[in-house]
Design a protein around this ligand. Structure first.
Ligand SMILES: NC(=O)c1ccc[n+]([C@@H]2O[C@H](COP(=O)([O-])OP(=O)(O)OC[C@H]3O[C@@H](n4cnc5c(N)ncnc54)[C@H](OP(=O)(O)O)[C@@H]3O)[C@@H](O)[C@H]2O)c1
Length: 219
């Protein structure tokens, strides 16, 4: 498959590398074509990965990952271009973390709105599916790093898009369908993003990001 990855940070790297290893065609996008981070990733894939601008990556992908800095995701997606995002599934991984006042970060948006909703409103013709944002990127692409059953949470307005993402999460990364929790429409992003302060606190406590949330039901 042709996959566009917006973002050259550790998340874009983890997802891009895994997909290239699986034989997919991946273009990783940056603010500028040929960024140092992009070139480094391309080199790490032995030249198999392709790099370009956010617009190049979005235009390339049959499916697109948003792995951009959350405080700047809307800007990055505008640079990717509404026309390139139209009709596409956007797996929206970024979190609205605000590090401007140091640690711990706060959220740029919360309670009655979320980054996922802001993006869906700004790009109404894009099939936004929020997923994978509640865990470290190594766990995203290799859930077996955490023993036992634990979950990937998703939400979005488009049921067919969510079904397709569920299929890909299984085929690409090994997420069992039974461990995918669909929270419903895009407003589910509020809770998914507001988990981040808890995630950050747990990370500080454990000193290692290799953990995940497990929902255990009694009824
Ligand atoms: N780290 C994790 O394991 C993890 C887990 C779950 C969710 N997340 C979320 O995933 C996202 C990516 O995290 P990350 O650590 O991989 O990368 P990051 O450093 O947060 O973001 C890197 C990307 O954001 C772009 N960017 C930065 N400032 C920008 C601006 N002003 N305008 C447009 N684009 C800008 C960069 O563009 P250039 O390429 O041009 O520099 C780069 O591609 C974040 O939202 C994070 O909260 C991270």
């Amino acid at each position: 498959m042709k996959i566009g990855i917006l973002g050259t940070g550790m998340v874009g790297n983890a997802i891009g590398t895994k997909l290239v290893q699986m034989g997919h065609q991946v273009t990783m996008g940056s603010r500028t074509a040929g960024s140092d981070a992009g070139k480094e990733w391309q080199k790490s894939t032995g030249g198999k990965g392709q790099i370009g601008t956010f617009a190049d990556a979005a235009g390339f992908g049959e499916i697109i990952f948003d792995c951009t800095n959350g405080a700047n995701s809307i800007t990055a997606l505008r640079q990717a271009g509404a026309a390139n995002l139209r009709g596409r599934i956007l797996i929206q991984v970024s979190n609205p973390l605000d590090f401007s006042k140091g640690m711990p970060p706060s959220l740029t948006v919360c309670n009655t709105d979320s980054l996922g909703e802001q993006i869906q409103r700004e790009f109404p013709d894009t099939r936004v599916v929020k997923a994978l944002n509640t865990m470290n990127c190594r766990v995203m692409v290799e859930p077996s790093l955490v023993p036992g059953d634990h979950q990937v949470i998703m939400c979005g307005n488009d049921a067919a898009a969510k079904a397709e993402v569920t299929k890909h999460l299984g085929a690409w990364f090994g997420w069992k369908p039974g461990n995918v929790i669909d929270l419903g429409d895009i407003t589910g992003c509020r809770g998914m993003e507001m988990l981040l302060p808890l995630w950050m606190r747990l990370y500080g406590m454990y000193g290692d990001p290799t953990f995940n949330f497990q929902v255990v039901r009694g009824g």
